[in-house]
Ligand binder design. Sequence first.
Ligand code: SF4
Length: 224
Amino acid sequence: MPDKSLLISELFYSIQGESTHAGFPCVFIRLSGCNLRCRYCDARYTYESPHAIMSLEAILSFVDGYPDIMVEITGGEPLLQENAYPLLEQLLAKGRKVLLETNGSLPIDKVAPEVIVVMDIKSPGSGMAESFAMENIALALQRNHQLPGSCEIKFVLTDKNDYIWARNLVNQHCLAVHTPTLFSPAKGKLDPADLAAWILHDKLPVRLQLQLHALIWPHLTRGV
Ligand code: SF4
């Protein structure tokens, strides 16, 4: 693969749907490949379908078509590709607000502090709970201490057991006090009304997050 190129699953323009920045227009750079296999994965095409090889310049040129719009690098797992780092840096250098979605299995210590990291902590129901890089909790808290809002933590939950597990982790590390913390129901597995009721009952100061793009475009599985 040529230097400074990346394996790309898709580039698209849509509404950000899974963070405290949900609702804003966003340019998405979806990188190919993932090291996990979550039971509820809705992006299998990122590791099962063919990818494109694109130069950094070509990707930035696509982003340039949407001036002043927030940019998100997602996957798959973007941090598997070393060239994700120069891409993040170039986007920041262009003055863009940049989000990075990561599955939490790789350390986030090399990600520039100005990037807004949206990091999953995989629950037992995902089948991938063992994958979480525990040092990322301290790194997330440290990022938010230095630059508030620079790391959000997201739990995708499949059932009550997942909820209790996540609640215990949030309480143990005072996550919701120090970092934006999102609880999201796995689509088709957990009723959002149940999750809302548990959060309210426990007076847990986390944000209930529904996948906004899935609500707007329920029949589309790619490009949103
Ligand atoms: S980390 Fe994301 S892309 Fe990878 S298997 Fe899990 S849900 Fe799918």
